[in-house]
Design a protein around this ligand. Structure first.
Ligand SMILES: *[C@@H]1O[C@H](CO)[C@@H](O)[C@H](O)[C@H]1NC(C)=O
Ligand SMILES: *[C@@H]1O[C@H](CO)[C@@H](O)[C@H](O)[C@H]1NC(C)=O
Ligand SMILES: *[C@@H]1O[C@H](CO)[C@@H](O)[C@H](O)[C@H]1NC(C)=O
Ligand SMILES: *[C@@H]1O[C@H](CO)[C@@H](O)[C@H](O)[C@H]1NC(C)=O
Length: 480
Protein backbone atom coordinates (compact mmCIF):
# COMPACT_ATOMS: atom_id res chain seq x y z
CA UNK A 1 0.00 0.00 0.00
CA UNK A 2 0.76 3.47 -0.59
CA UNK A 3 1.43 5.19 2.61
CA UNK A 4 4.78 6.71 1.96
CA UNK A 5 6.56 4.16 4.08
CA UNK A 6 8.22 2.59 1.20
CA UNK A 7 11.63 4.01 1.00
CA UNK A 8 14.03 1.16 1.45
CA UNK A 9 16.79 1.61 3.91
CA UNK A 10 20.00 -0.31 3.99
CA UNK A 11 20.58 -3.28 6.13
CA UNK A 12 20.89 -3.09 9.87
CA UNK A 13 20.68 -6.49 11.45
CA UNK A 14 21.21 -9.49 9.30
CA UNK A 15 18.77 -12.34 9.65
CA UNK A 16 20.54 -14.46 7.14
CA UNK A 17 22.00 -16.98 9.53
CA UNK A 18 18.78 -18.75 10.56
CA UNK A 19 17.87 -18.89 6.90
CA UNK A 20 21.11 -20.60 6.01
CA UNK A 21 20.78 -23.03 8.89
CA UNK A 22 17.36 -24.11 7.71
CA UNK A 23 18.71 -24.67 4.26
CA UNK A 24 21.56 -26.75 5.55
CA UNK A 25 19.35 -28.92 7.71
CA UNK A 26 16.36 -29.85 5.59
CA UNK A 27 14.96 -32.25 8.17
CA UNK A 28 14.61 -29.41 10.63
CA UNK A 29 11.72 -27.86 8.73
CA UNK A 30 9.93 -31.15 8.62
CA UNK A 31 10.14 -31.40 12.40
CA UNK A 32 8.53 -28.00 12.68
CA UNK A 33 5.59 -29.14 10.59
CA UNK A 34 4.97 -32.23 12.62
CA UNK A 35 4.83 -30.27 15.82
CA UNK A 36 1.18 -29.80 16.72
CA UNK A 37 1.89 -26.42 18.35
CA UNK A 38 -0.81 -23.78 17.93
CA UNK A 39 -2.67 -25.94 15.47
CA UNK A 40 -6.17 -24.56 15.21
CA UNK A 41 -8.84 -25.62 12.76
CA UNK A 42 -9.52 -23.18 9.95
CA UNK A 43 -12.85 -21.34 9.88
CA UNK A 44 -15.20 -21.99 6.99
CA UNK A 45 -16.96 -18.69 6.30
CA UNK A 46 -20.27 -18.97 4.48
CA UNK A 47 -21.73 -15.58 5.42
CA UNK A 48 -20.16 -12.21 6.16
CA UNK A 49 -21.77 -9.37 8.08
CA UNK A 50 -22.82 -6.65 5.65
CA UNK A 51 -22.93 -9.08 2.71
CA UNK A 52 -26.47 -9.96 1.62
CA UNK A 53 -27.03 -13.73 1.53
CA UNK A 54 -24.54 -16.58 1.45
CA UNK A 55 -21.15 -15.86 -0.11
CA UNK A 56 -21.02 -16.97 -3.75
CA UNK A 57 -17.51 -18.35 -3.23
CA UNK A 58 -15.79 -20.65 -0.75
CA UNK A 59 -13.88 -18.75 1.91
CA UNK A 60 -11.68 -20.22 4.60
CA UNK A 61 -9.75 -18.23 7.17
CA UNK A 62 -7.23 -19.35 9.73
CA UNK A 63 -3.99 -18.92 11.60
CA UNK A 64 -0.68 -20.63 10.97
CA UNK A 65 2.05 -20.58 13.61
CA UNK A 66 5.39 -19.53 12.15
CA UNK A 67 7.54 -19.00 15.24
CA UNK A 68 7.07 -20.90 18.46
CA UNK A 69 9.41 -18.83 20.67
CA UNK A 70 7.36 -15.66 20.20
CA UNK A 71 3.98 -17.28 19.58
CA UNK A 72 3.77 -15.69 16.14
CA UNK A 73 0.75 -16.63 14.05
CA UNK A 74 -0.07 -15.34 10.60
CA UNK A 75 -3.71 -14.89 9.60
CA UNK A 76 -4.90 -15.84 6.12
CA UNK A 77 -7.98 -15.76 3.94
CA UNK A 78 -8.24 -18.51 1.33
CA UNK A 79 -10.76 -18.05 -1.46
CA UNK A 80 -11.19 -21.09 -3.65
CA UNK A 81 -11.28 -20.58 -7.40
CA UNK A 82 -14.82 -20.20 -8.73
CA UNK A 83 -13.74 -21.99 -11.95
CA UNK A 84 -11.72 -25.20 -11.52
CA UNK A 85 -10.17 -25.17 -8.05
CA UNK A 86 -8.50 -28.54 -8.62
CA UNK A 87 -6.40 -27.34 -11.55
CA UNK A 88 -6.43 -23.52 -11.41
CA UNK A 89 -3.31 -21.83 -10.06
CA UNK A 90 -2.87 -21.03 -6.40
CA UNK A 91 -1.75 -17.43 -5.92
CA UNK A 92 -0.33 -16.16 -2.64
CA UNK A 93 -1.20 -12.45 -2.48
CA UNK A 94 0.73 -10.13 -0.19
CA UNK A 95 0.02 -6.47 0.53
CA UNK A 96 2.77 -3.89 0.85
CA UNK A 97 3.44 -1.20 3.40
CA UNK A 98 5.25 -3.00 4.92
CA UNK A 99 2.49 -3.94 7.38
CA UNK A 100 -0.71 -2.99 5.61
CA UNK A 101 -3.56 -5.45 6.07
CA UNK A 102 -4.29 -7.84 3.24
CA UNK A 103 -7.85 -6.48 3.23
CA UNK A 104 -6.34 -4.32 0.48
CA UNK A 105 -6.11 -7.44 -1.67
CA UNK A 106 -9.40 -8.96 -0.52
CA UNK A 107 -11.70 -5.94 -0.78
CA UNK A 108 -9.86 -3.32 -2.87
CA UNK A 109 -7.68 -5.03 -5.45
CA UNK A 110 -7.96 -8.61 -6.70
CA UNK A 111 -10.35 -10.23 -4.22
CA UNK A 112 -14.07 -11.01 -4.48
CA UNK A 113 -15.38 -8.30 -2.13
CA UNK A 114 -16.00 -4.58 -2.46
CA UNK A 115 -17.31 -2.04 0.05
CA UNK A 116 -20.39 -0.13 -1.03
CA UNK A 117 -19.27 3.47 -1.03
CA UNK A 118 -21.93 5.23 1.00
CA UNK A 119 -21.65 7.85 3.74
CA UNK A 120 -20.98 6.02 6.97
CA UNK A 121 -23.60 6.49 9.65
CA UNK A 122 -22.68 3.82 12.17
CA UNK A 123 -23.09 0.07 12.20
CA UNK A 124 -21.76 -2.22 9.51
CA UNK A 125 -20.65 -1.02 6.09
CA UNK A 126 -22.11 -3.08 3.24
CA UNK A 127 -20.20 -5.37 0.93
CA UNK A 128 -20.93 -6.64 -2.58
CA UNK A 129 -19.30 -9.09 -4.99
CA UNK A 130 -16.47 -7.87 -7.24
CA UNK A 131 -17.14 -9.12 -10.79
CA UNK A 132 -13.43 -8.77 -11.66
CA UNK A 133 -12.24 -10.97 -8.82
CA UNK A 134 -9.18 -13.05 -9.68
CA UNK A 135 -10.94 -15.90 -7.88
CA UNK A 136 -12.79 -16.40 -11.18
CA UNK A 137 -9.60 -18.02 -12.49
CA UNK A 138 -7.40 -18.81 -9.49
CA UNK A 139 -7.34 -19.97 -5.89
CA UNK A 140 -6.26 -16.94 -3.90
CA UNK A 141 -4.47 -17.16 -0.59
CA UNK A 142 -4.28 -13.73 1.06
CA UNK A 143 -1.86 -13.39 3.95
CA UNK A 144 -1.53 -10.74 6.65
CA UNK A 145 2.27 -10.47 6.62
CA UNK A 146 4.61 -9.39 8.21
CA UNK A 147 3.37 -10.17 11.71
CA UNK A 148 1.62 -7.07 13.06
CA UNK A 149 -0.32 -6.55 9.82
CA UNK A 150 -4.07 -6.99 9.97
CA UNK A 151 -4.94 -9.88 12.27
CA UNK A 152 -1.50 -11.52 12.42
CA UNK A 153 -0.03 -11.30 15.88
CA UNK A 154 2.71 -12.39 18.27
CA UNK A 155 2.11 -13.36 21.90
CA UNK A 156 5.51 -11.96 22.80
CA UNK A 157 5.89 -8.30 21.71
CA UNK A 158 9.47 -9.17 20.67
CA UNK A 159 7.89 -11.15 17.86
CA UNK A 160 6.92 -7.90 16.15
CA UNK A 161 10.53 -6.92 15.60
CA UNK A 162 10.96 -8.32 12.11
CA UNK A 163 12.55 -7.28 8.84
CA UNK A 164 12.78 -8.34 5.21
CA UNK A 165 14.60 -11.61 5.91
CA UNK A 166 12.73 -12.80 8.99
CA UNK A 167 9.32 -11.90 7.56
CA UNK A 168 10.16 -13.70 4.31
CA UNK A 169 11.17 -16.75 6.31
CA UNK A 170 7.81 -16.56 8.11
CA UNK A 171 5.98 -16.56 4.77
CA UNK A 172 7.98 -19.58 3.65
CA UNK A 173 7.11 -21.44 6.86
CA UNK A 174 3.50 -20.39 6.46
CA UNK A 175 3.41 -21.86 2.95
CA UNK A 176 5.05 -25.11 4.00
CA UNK A 177 2.51 -25.60 6.75
CA UNK A 178 -0.46 -24.44 4.74
CA UNK A 179 0.35 -26.80 1.88
CA UNK A 180 1.00 -29.62 4.32
CA UNK A 181 -2.53 -29.06 5.64
CA UNK A 182 -3.97 -28.62 2.12
CA UNK A 183 -2.06 -31.27 0.16
CA UNK A 184 -4.60 -31.44 -2.67
CA UNK A 185 -3.40 -27.99 -3.82
CA UNK A 186 0.26 -29.02 -4.03
CA UNK A 187 0.05 -30.03 -7.68
CA UNK A 188 -1.60 -26.77 -8.81
CA UNK A 189 0.69 -24.21 -10.41
CA UNK A 190 1.79 -21.82 -7.67
CA UNK A 191 2.53 -18.10 -8.01
CA UNK A 192 3.46 -15.32 -5.61
CA UNK A 193 1.92 -11.92 -6.24
CA UNK A 194 1.60 -8.48 -4.71
CA UNK A 195 2.09 -4.76 -5.12
CA UNK A 196 4.32 -2.05 -3.76
CA UNK A 197 6.53 -3.13 -0.84
CA UNK A 198 5.37 -6.73 -1.29
CA UNK A 199 7.19 -6.49 -4.62
CA UNK A 200 10.41 -6.00 -2.68
CA UNK A 201 10.19 -9.25 -0.70
CA UNK A 202 8.32 -11.51 -3.15
CA UNK A 203 11.48 -12.22 -5.19
CA UNK A 204 13.32 -13.14 -1.97
CA UNK A 205 10.51 -15.46 -0.87
CA UNK A 206 10.42 -17.00 -4.34
CA UNK A 207 14.18 -17.56 -4.25
CA UNK A 208 13.91 -19.23 -0.82
CA UNK A 209 11.15 -21.51 -2.11
CA UNK A 210 13.13 -22.36 -5.24
CA UNK A 211 16.17 -23.26 -3.15
CA UNK A 212 13.94 -25.44 -0.98
CA UNK A 213 12.69 -27.19 -4.09
CA UNK A 214 16.23 -27.78 -5.34
CA UNK A 215 17.13 -29.34 -1.99
CA UNK A 216 14.07 -31.56 -2.03
CA UNK A 217 12.47 -29.99 1.03
CA UNK A 218 8.95 -31.27 1.66
CA UNK A 219 6.36 -30.30 0.72
CA UNK A 220 7.48 -29.60 -2.84
CA UNK A 221 5.63 -26.45 -3.89
CA UNK A 222 4.88 -26.24 -7.61
CA UNK A 223 6.35 -22.74 -7.96
CA UNK A 224 5.95 -21.42 -11.50
CA UNK A 225 6.70 -17.74 -11.09
CA UNK A 226 5.54 -14.46 -9.66
CA UNK A 227 3.75 -11.19 -10.39
CA UNK A 228 4.74 -7.86 -8.90
CA UNK A 229 2.95 -4.55 -9.42
CA UNK A 230 4.63 -1.15 -9.03
CA UNK A 231 7.18 -3.03 -6.97
CA UNK A 232 9.55 -1.22 -4.65
CA UNK A 233 12.79 -2.68 -5.97
CA UNK A 234 15.86 -0.50 -5.73
CA UNK A 235 16.10 3.22 -4.84
CA UNK A 236 18.62 3.69 -7.64
CA UNK A 237 15.72 3.11 -10.03
CA UNK A 238 12.53 3.81 -8.06
CA UNK A 239 13.70 7.12 -6.62
CA UNK A 240 15.94 8.34 -9.40
CA UNK A 241 13.26 7.93 -12.03
CA UNK A 242 10.74 9.92 -9.99
CA UNK A 243 12.35 13.13 -11.33
CA UNK A 244 12.06 12.38 -15.08
CA UNK A 245 8.58 10.95 -14.38
CA UNK A 246 7.49 14.15 -12.64
CA UNK A 247 8.82 16.03 -15.65
CA UNK A 248 6.91 13.81 -18.07
CA UNK A 249 3.71 14.26 -16.08
CA UNK A 250 4.05 18.05 -16.17
CA UNK A 251 4.69 18.46 -12.45
CA UNK A 252 8.05 20.12 -12.97
CA UNK A 253 8.99 22.47 -15.79
CA UNK A 254 11.62 21.89 -18.47
CA UNK A 255 13.87 24.47 -16.80
CA UNK A 256 13.68 22.83 -13.39
CA UNK A 257 14.33 19.43 -14.93
CA UNK A 258 17.32 20.75 -16.88
CA UNK A 259 18.77 22.31 -13.73
CA UNK A 260 18.31 19.04 -11.85
CA UNK A 261 19.91 17.04 -14.64
CA UNK A 262 22.90 19.33 -14.89
CA UNK A 263 23.56 19.84 -11.19
CA UNK A 264 22.71 16.38 -9.85
CA UNK A 265 24.45 14.47 -12.66
CA UNK A 266 21.89 11.67 -12.62
CA UNK A 267 21.98 11.04 -8.86
CA UNK A 268 18.83 12.42 -7.28
CA UNK A 269 19.20 10.41 -4.08
CA UNK A 270 22.41 11.80 -2.62
CA UNK A 271 22.77 15.42 -3.76
CA UNK A 272 26.46 16.14 -4.30
CA UNK A 273 26.24 19.94 -4.33
CA UNK A 274 24.16 22.85 -3.10
CA UNK A 275 22.47 23.58 -6.39
CA UNK A 276 21.33 19.96 -6.70
CA UNK A 277 20.01 19.95 -3.14
CA UNK A 278 18.11 23.17 -3.78
CA UNK A 279 16.47 22.05 -6.99
CA UNK A 280 15.50 18.73 -5.37
CA UNK A 281 13.88 20.69 -2.56
CA UNK A 282 11.87 22.66 -5.14
CA UNK A 283 10.91 19.44 -6.90
CA UNK A 284 9.80 17.75 -3.68
CA UNK A 285 7.60 20.72 -2.87
CA UNK A 286 5.97 20.52 -6.28
CA UNK A 287 5.45 16.76 -6.01
CA UNK A 288 3.91 17.23 -2.56
CA UNK A 289 1.07 19.14 -4.26
CA UNK A 290 -0.26 15.97 -5.85
CA UNK A 291 -1.28 12.49 -4.77
CA UNK A 292 1.75 10.41 -5.63
CA UNK A 293 -0.15 7.08 -5.60
CA UNK A 294 -2.14 8.33 -8.57
CA UNK A 295 -1.20 11.72 -9.90
CA UNK A 296 -4.69 12.51 -11.27
CA UNK A 297 -6.58 11.79 -8.03
CA UNK A 298 -7.39 14.25 -5.29
CA UNK A 299 -4.99 14.34 -2.40
CA UNK A 300 -7.06 12.74 0.34
CA UNK A 301 -6.56 11.97 3.98
CA UNK A 302 -4.66 8.78 4.27
CA UNK A 303 -6.44 6.45 6.65
CA UNK A 304 -3.24 5.37 8.30
CA UNK A 305 -3.39 5.74 12.03
CA UNK A 306 -0.49 7.40 13.74
CA UNK A 307 2.07 5.51 15.70
CA UNK A 308 0.18 6.07 18.96
CA UNK A 309 -2.27 3.48 17.78
CA UNK A 310 0.48 1.01 17.21
CA UNK A 311 1.85 1.62 20.64
CA UNK A 312 -1.58 1.02 22.12
CA UNK A 313 -1.76 -2.12 20.08
CA UNK A 314 1.47 -3.41 21.52
CA UNK A 315 0.42 -2.25 24.96
CA UNK A 316 -2.77 -4.18 24.51
CA UNK A 317 -0.74 -7.27 23.96
CA UNK A 318 1.40 -6.55 26.95
CA UNK A 319 -1.36 -5.66 29.34
CA UNK A 320 -4.13 -7.75 27.94
CA UNK A 321 -6.50 -4.81 27.91
CA UNK A 322 -8.35 -3.58 24.88
CA UNK A 323 -7.58 -0.03 23.89
CA UNK A 324 -9.77 1.24 21.11
CA UNK A 325 -8.26 4.39 19.75
CA UNK A 326 -10.24 7.02 17.89
CA UNK A 327 -11.43 6.03 14.45
CA UNK A 328 -9.30 7.33 11.62
CA UNK A 329 -10.08 10.78 10.31
CA UNK A 330 -13.01 10.84 7.93
CA UNK A 331 -12.16 11.63 4.31
CA UNK A 332 -14.81 13.20 2.03
CA UNK A 333 -17.06 10.43 0.72
CA UNK A 334 -15.95 10.91 -2.90
CA UNK A 335 -12.33 10.60 -1.85
CA UNK A 336 -10.47 7.58 -3.00
CA UNK A 337 -9.58 6.65 0.57
CA UNK A 338 -13.18 6.55 1.80
CA UNK A 339 -13.29 2.80 1.27
CA UNK A 340 -10.37 2.37 3.68
CA UNK A 341 -12.32 4.40 6.22
CA UNK A 342 -15.29 2.02 5.85
CA UNK A 343 -12.98 -0.98 6.18
CA UNK A 344 -11.93 0.23 9.63
CA UNK A 345 -15.49 -0.04 10.96
CA UNK A 346 -16.21 -3.32 9.24
CA UNK A 347 -13.06 -5.01 10.44
CA UNK A 348 -13.45 -3.81 14.02
CA UNK A 349 -17.05 -4.95 14.32
CA UNK A 350 -17.46 -7.96 16.62
CA UNK A 351 -19.77 -9.66 14.12
CA UNK A 352 -17.02 -9.52 11.51
CA UNK A 353 -14.38 -10.74 13.93
CA UNK A 354 -16.62 -13.65 14.94
CA UNK A 355 -17.40 -14.54 11.34
CA UNK A 356 -13.71 -14.52 10.42
CA UNK A 357 -12.76 -16.57 13.48
CA UNK A 358 -10.49 -13.93 14.99
CA UNK A 359 -9.03 -15.20 18.26
CA UNK A 360 -9.91 -13.13 21.28
CA UNK A 361 -7.05 -11.44 23.05
CA UNK A 362 -4.82 -11.27 19.97
CA UNK A 363 -5.42 -7.97 18.17
CA UNK A 364 -7.30 -5.31 20.09
CA UNK A 365 -7.92 -2.94 17.28
CA UNK A 366 -7.59 -3.71 13.59
CA UNK A 367 -5.80 -0.97 11.71
CA UNK A 368 -5.10 -0.80 8.04
CA UNK A 369 -1.36 -0.21 8.24
CA UNK A 370 0.62 -0.76 11.42
CA UNK A 371 3.29 1.69 10.50
CA UNK A 372 4.58 2.27 14.03
CA UNK A 373 5.82 -1.26 14.66
CA UNK A 374 9.55 -1.89 14.25
CA UNK A 375 10.67 -3.08 10.85
CA UNK A 376 14.19 -3.56 9.56
CA UNK A 377 14.64 -2.68 5.90
CA UNK A 378 17.37 -5.09 4.90
CA UNK A 379 17.19 -5.58 1.17
CA UNK A 380 18.53 -2.61 -0.69
CA UNK A 381 17.87 -4.01 -4.13
CA UNK A 382 15.74 -6.90 -5.35
CA UNK A 383 17.18 -6.83 -8.85
CA UNK A 384 19.57 -9.71 -8.15
CA UNK A 385 16.69 -11.94 -7.03
CA UNK A 386 14.75 -11.15 -10.21
CA UNK A 387 17.83 -12.04 -12.24
CA UNK A 388 18.31 -15.34 -10.40
CA UNK A 389 14.69 -16.38 -10.59
CA UNK A 390 14.07 -15.60 -14.22
CA UNK A 391 17.31 -17.21 -15.36
CA UNK A 392 16.29 -20.33 -13.40
CA UNK A 393 13.13 -20.62 -15.50
CA UNK A 394 10.55 -18.96 -13.25
CA UNK A 395 8.09 -16.72 -15.07
CA UNK A 396 7.73 -13.09 -14.09
CA UNK A 397 5.08 -10.50 -14.83
CA UNK A 398 6.04 -7.02 -13.70
CA UNK A 399 3.25 -4.52 -14.17
CA UNK A 400 3.03 -0.80 -13.51
CA UNK A 401 0.04 1.43 -13.01
CA UNK A 402 1.36 4.20 -15.27
CA UNK A 403 0.13 7.15 -13.15
CA UNK A 404 2.10 6.22 -10.04
CA UNK A 405 4.98 8.35 -8.78
CA UNK A 406 5.79 6.12 -5.81
CA UNK A 407 7.31 3.39 -8.00
CA UNK A 408 7.07 5.03 -11.44
CA UNK A 409 7.01 2.79 -14.49
CA UNK A 410 10.13 4.46 -15.93
CA UNK A 411 12.15 3.22 -12.97
CA UNK A 412 10.62 -0.24 -13.07
CA UNK A 413 11.33 -0.62 -16.75
CA UNK A 414 14.86 0.68 -16.20
CA UNK A 415 15.76 -2.06 -13.69
CA UNK A 416 14.25 -4.66 -15.99
CA UNK A 417 16.41 -3.35 -18.83
CA UNK A 418 19.45 -3.51 -16.55
CA UNK A 419 19.09 -7.32 -16.64
CA UNK A 420 20.27 -7.12 -20.28
CA UNK A 421 17.74 -9.71 -21.46
CA UNK A 422 17.06 -9.73 -25.17
CA UNK A 423 13.64 -8.72 -26.44
CA UNK A 424 11.26 -11.48 -27.54
CA UNK A 425 8.17 -9.34 -28.26
CA UNK A 426 8.92 -5.63 -28.62
CA UNK A 427 7.03 -2.73 -27.02
CA UNK A 428 3.43 -2.61 -28.21
CA UNK A 429 -0.04 -1.86 -26.90
CA UNK A 430 -2.10 -4.59 -25.24
CA UNK A 431 -5.85 -4.33 -25.58
CA UNK A 432 -9.16 -4.84 -23.88
CA UNK A 433 -12.56 -4.18 -25.46
CA UNK A 434 -10.88 -2.77 -28.56
CA UNK A 435 -8.89 -0.18 -26.61
CA UNK A 436 -5.27 0.02 -25.54
CA UNK A 437 -5.26 -1.05 -21.89
CA UNK A 438 -1.54 -0.39 -21.55
CA UNK A 439 1.78 -1.22 -23.20
CA UNK A 440 3.94 -4.29 -22.91
CA UNK A 441 7.29 -5.78 -23.80
CA UNK A 442 8.47 -9.34 -23.35
CA UNK A 443 12.07 -10.37 -22.73
CA UNK A 444 13.81 -13.71 -22.83
CA UNK A 445 13.60 -15.85 -19.68
CA UNK A 446 9.83 -15.29 -19.54
CA UNK A 447 10.14 -11.77 -18.17
CA UNK A 448 7.13 -9.65 -19.17
CA UNK A 449 6.70 -5.99 -18.38
CA UNK A 450 3.33 -4.28 -18.81
CA UNK A 451 1.92 -0.88 -18.03
CA UNK A 452 -1.72 -0.47 -17.02
CA UNK A 453 -3.04 2.71 -18.57
CA UNK A 454 -4.63 5.09 -16.11
CA UNK A 455 -3.85 3.01 -13.02
CA UNK A 456 -2.02 4.18 -9.91
CA UNK A 457 0.29 2.54 -7.38
CA UNK A 458 -2.04 -0.39 -6.64
CA UNK A 459 -3.08 -1.06 -10.23
CA UNK A 460 -5.99 -3.53 -9.77
CA UNK A 461 -7.63 -1.05 -7.41
CA UNK A 462 -7.85 1.53 -10.21
CA UNK A 463 -8.26 -0.69 -13.29
CA UNK A 464 -9.85 -3.97 -12.09
CA UNK A 465 -11.14 -5.19 -15.43
CA UNK A 466 -7.87 -4.53 -17.26
CA UNK A 467 -5.77 -6.11 -14.51
CA UNK A 468 -7.99 -9.18 -14.47
CA UNK A 469 -7.52 -9.61 -18.24
CA UNK A 470 -3.78 -9.05 -17.97
CA UNK A 471 -3.36 -11.60 -15.16
CA UNK A 472 -5.58 -14.17 -16.84
CA UNK A 473 -3.71 -13.99 -20.15
CA UNK A 474 -0.37 -14.19 -18.40
CA UNK A 475 -1.41 -17.11 -16.17
CA UNK A 476 -2.72 -18.93 -19.26
CA UNK A 477 0.68 -18.44 -20.98
CA UNK A 478 -0.92 -16.28 -23.65
CA UNK A 479 0.50 -13.03 -24.98
CA UNK A 480 -1.08 -10.04 -23.21
C1 LIG B 1 -16.75 -6.86 21.30
O1 LIG B 1 -16.14 -7.99 21.89
C2 LIG B 1 -15.24 -7.65 22.94
C3 LIG B 1 -14.52 -8.90 23.36
O2 LIG B 1 -15.41 -9.95 23.60
C4 LIG B 1 -16.01 -6.97 24.05
O3 LIG B 1 -15.13 -6.62 25.10
C5 LIG B 1 -16.68 -5.72 23.51
O4 LIG B 1 -17.47 -5.11 24.50
C6 LIG B 1 -17.55 -6.05 22.31
N1 LIG B 1 -17.99 -4.82 21.70
C7 LIG B 1 -19.28 -4.59 21.46
C8 LIG B 1 -19.60 -3.26 20.84
O5 LIG B 1 -20.15 -5.39 21.71
C1 LIG C 1 21.74 -15.47 -6.99
O1 LIG C 1 22.18 -16.80 -7.08
C2 LIG C 1 23.58 -16.94 -6.85
C3 LIG C 1 23.94 -18.38 -7.13
O2 LIG C 1 23.07 -19.27 -6.47
C4 LIG C 1 23.89 -16.53 -5.42
O3 LIG C 1 25.26 -16.64 -5.16
C5 LIG C 1 23.44 -15.08 -5.22
O4 LIG C 1 23.62 -14.70 -3.87
C6 LIG C 1 22.00 -14.92 -5.59
N1 LIG C 1 21.62 -13.53 -5.55
C7 LIG C 1 20.86 -13.06 -4.60
C8 LIG C 1 20.50 -11.60 -4.69
O5 LIG C 1 20.40 -13.74 -3.69
C1 LIG D 1 8.75 -19.99 -20.10
O1 LIG D 1 7.57 -20.49 -19.50
C2 LIG D 1 7.05 -21.63 -20.11
C3 LIG D 1 5.74 -21.98 -19.43
O2 LIG D 1 5.93 -22.19 -18.06
C4 LIG D 1 8.06 -22.77 -20.02
O3 LIG D 1 7.56 -23.92 -20.70
C5 LIG D 1 9.37 -22.33 -20.67
O4 LIG D 1 10.34 -23.32 -20.46
C6 LIG D 1 9.86 -21.02 -20.05
N1 LIG D 1 11.00 -20.53 -20.80
C7 LIG D 1 12.17 -20.24 -20.23
C8 LIG D 1 13.22 -19.72 -21.13
O5 LIG D 1 12.37 -20.39 -19.05
C1 LIG E 1 24.28 -5.35 -18.34
O1 LIG E 1 25.18 -4.70 -19.20
C2 LIG E 1 25.90 -3.62 -18.59
C3 LIG E 1 26.69 -2.92 -19.69
O2 LIG E 1 27.42 -3.85 -20.44
C4 LIG E 1 26.77 -4.17 -17.48
O3 LIG E 1 27.47 -3.12 -16.85
C5 LIG E 1 25.88 -4.88 -16.46
O4 LIG E 1 26.66 -5.48 -15.46
C6 LIG E 1 25.02 -5.94 -17.14
N1 LIG E 1 24.06 -6.45 -16.16
C7 LIG E 1 23.86 -7.74 -15.97
C8 LIG E 1 22.82 -8.10 -14.97
O5 LIG E 1 24.48 -8.60 -16.58
Amino acid sequence: MSFRLLRARTAGQCHFLPLLLLHLVPGFLLLLFLRPASASAPTVVTHLPGYDGPLPFNLETGYVGVEDETGTELFYYFVESERSPGTDPVILWLTGGPRCSVIMGLAFEIGPLRFVRAPYSGGLPELVYNPHSWTKMANILLLDSPVGSGFSYARDPKGYDVGDYSSSLHVQRFLNKWFTDHPHYLSNPFYLAGDSYAGKVIPLIAQDISEGIEMGQQPIINLKGYMVGNPITDPKFDDNFRIPSAHGFGIISDQIYETARESCKGDYINPSNKMCAEVLHTINNLISEISIEHILYDKCDVVAPNSVDDNSRRKFLLEGSIQISKPPSRPPVDCFTYGYYLAYFWMNNNLTKNALGIKEGTVGEWIQCSVGLPYTFEIRSSVGYHLNLTTRGYRALVYSGDHDLEAPFLGTHAWIRSLNFSIVDDWRAWHLNGQAAGFTIKYENNMTFATVKGAGHTAPEYRPEECFAMAQRWLDNEPL
